[in-house]
Ligand binder design. Structure first.
Ligand SMILES: Cc1cc2nc3c(=O)[nH]c(=O)nc-3n(C[C@H](O)[C@H](O)[C@H](O)COP(=O)(O)O)c2cc1C
Ligand SMILES: [Mn+2]
Length: 477
């Protein structure tokens, strides 16, 4: 069963006790920040702030903030494991379901163009982190663009900071599909602005598809159809030919000039660090359409602490894990598991490999760097089959015991990277060195000397024998 809109999914979460409504008045300049951060620290519920000081629009956050809510968004059993969700995702997106274009929909209940289109009227000025350069109205803005060469739409999540009532910054770099559309547009239509639409508050599968990586065509809307098992309904924008989900809470329509850059930031990044001001694209608003009583959905980007959890990782880091998991497992070439830990900020991939030939780990690493996740992934760690790559302690064990740095660390200089990786100062961003660490057993080196490498000595056969006789030892476990 597919959710028809965000509201239907919220009702389900509320029924299960996975959504809290805060009726007390909260100050958007600091209180939403503090409450969402606190909820992240305990992997708490989604939250809807009904009473935002000085504004009539409610704010929704942490919608997909836990594995349980991710499973429910996909209509899966709430107790599904991380790996079950990955496998199910891969199965579903094998068969994209094209969207259906409809004449109108709830997102057209209010149409505001020209001077009437005022961002202040729709967006409570939420400061998501202390020190942010302004209210970020797009943390979960889903930006729709069209490839000027193929005609295929794309949807990605690219941040927007409010600058004036009809202008925002937009971080849509060339490492992303939206940025690549802008680059093509600049070549084909020099000096002209490219249309961009932004959907906010959609049914959950479109949100998930927007955060994830795909090969195109088709567009994210068809992958969202695959995830929900039914075609998504889209409507045409008022001012351009882009198509957005009909049940979106809010839609912004506007345009971006390829050469226009203005300061954006500071901002609390997905890395858990506060990035400084950088020059990014600018979005010029032309129209707002919205549902009656719209909901503003956003998220406090950052890093989890302890057993905590942060929504943005569930949306985009897992969204990269799905595509690389599928590509590597689908090779049938020794890969037995692939994992991108959420704390790895999308910069890290762990692989468990049955090593089948000399050089095999480096071959796998290069497949990752050359894949759709290659613009973000910086460090790859490869360990033997049997090492649990979802357990950092086991990966570190392999590195401590099987690694020779001069033999096993592959460094590839001058590769592309997202501009927000804080491992380098601002002037050096967008280009990076990549590293692959081969912490598998050096089996071929041992064999060259006529010996086998030391095998594991966990003695499972002996343990099984004593387990069968456990009663007689008098040891309570
Ligand atoms: C909350 C959130 C904020 C994000 N902000 C940005 C951003 O500002 N710029 C960016 O390039 N990617 C950002 N991303 C990641 C992209 O949405 C993600 O990489 C997606 O796959 C991009 O779409 P595309 O693959 O169609 O380019 C963000 C993701 C989330 C979940
Ligand atoms: Mn895309």
């Amino acid at each position: 069963m597919a959710y028809k809109d965000l509201r239907q999914f919220l009702a389900l979460l509320e029924k299960r006790g996975l959504l809290v409504r805060v009726q007390a008045e909260v100050d958007p300049s600091w209180e939403i920040n503090g409450i969402t951060r606190k909820l992240q620290e305990v992997a708490g519920p989604a939250v809807l702030f009904d009473n935002v000081k000085g504004h009539h629009v409610p704010v929704l956050s942490e919608l997909i903030g836990t594995l349980e809510r991710l499973a429910l968004a996909l209509g899966m059993d709430a107790a599904s494991t991380d790996r079950q969700i990955t496998e199910e995702w891969i199965k579903r997106v094998e068969h994209p379901i094209p969207p259906r274009l409809v004449k109108t929909g709830p997102c057209k209940e209010n149409v505001l163009t020209g001077d009437k289109a005022d961002l202040n009227a729709i967006f409570p000025p939420v400061i998501w982190h202390k020190g942010d350069g302004g209210p970020y109205i797009g943390t979960l803005g889903l930006q729709v663009t069209r490839d000027p060469e193929t005609g295929c739409q794309n949807t990605g999540i690219y941040r927007m900071m409010m600058r004036t009532k009809n202008e925002t910054s937009l971080y849509m770099p060339v490492t992303q599909h939206g940025g690549q559309h802008l680059q093509k547009w600049a070549r084909l239509y020099p000096g002209k602005p490219m249309p961009v639409a932004v959907a906010i508050g959609t049914e959950p599968c479109y949100l998930l598809a927007s955060g994830a990586k795909f090969r195109h065509p088709p567009a994210e809307d068809a992958y969202a159809g695959a995830l929900r098992g039914e075609p998504l309904e889209l409507v045409k924008c008022e001012t351009c030919d882009l198509e957005v989900p009909a049940t979106s809470e809010i839609v912004l329509e506007g345009e971006v000039y390829p050469d226009e850059l203005k300061p954006c930031g500071p901002f609390g990044e997905y890395t858990g660090l506060r990035g400084d001001v950088q020059n990014f694209n600018v979005f010029h608003l032309k129209a707002i359409t919205h549902r009656n009583n719209p909901i503003f959905q956003g998220t406090r980007e950052g890093q989890p602490r302890g057993k905590g959890s942060v929504e943005d990782g569930f949306l985009w880091i897992k969204g990269e894990e799905y595509i690389i998991y599928k590509e590597l497992m689908g090779m049938n070439d020794g890969v037995v598991d692939v994992h991108m830990p959420l704390w790895g900020s999308g910069h890290q991939v762990n692989v468990a490999l049955r090593v089948l030939r000399p050089g095999h780990p480096n071959y796998i690493a290069q497949r990752i760097f050359g894949s759709p996740v290659g613009n973000h992934v910086k460090n790859v760690f490869i360990v033997d089959e049997g090492v649990d790559i979802r357990n950092p302690g086991e990966v570190f064990w392999a590195m401590a015991n099987l690694l020779q740095a001069d033999r096993d660390v592959l460094i590839i200089p001058r590769c592309p990277q997202d501009g927000l990786d804080s491992s380098q100062p601002y002037s050096k961003r967008f280009i990076t060195s990549k590293m692959a660490v081969d912490a598998t057993t050096p089996v071929y080196e041992y064999r060259a000397e006529g010996r086998e490498p030391p095998p594991p000595c966990h003695d499972p056969d002996i343990v099984a024998k004593v387990e069968a006789r456990w009663d007689r030892y008098g040891i309570k476990l």
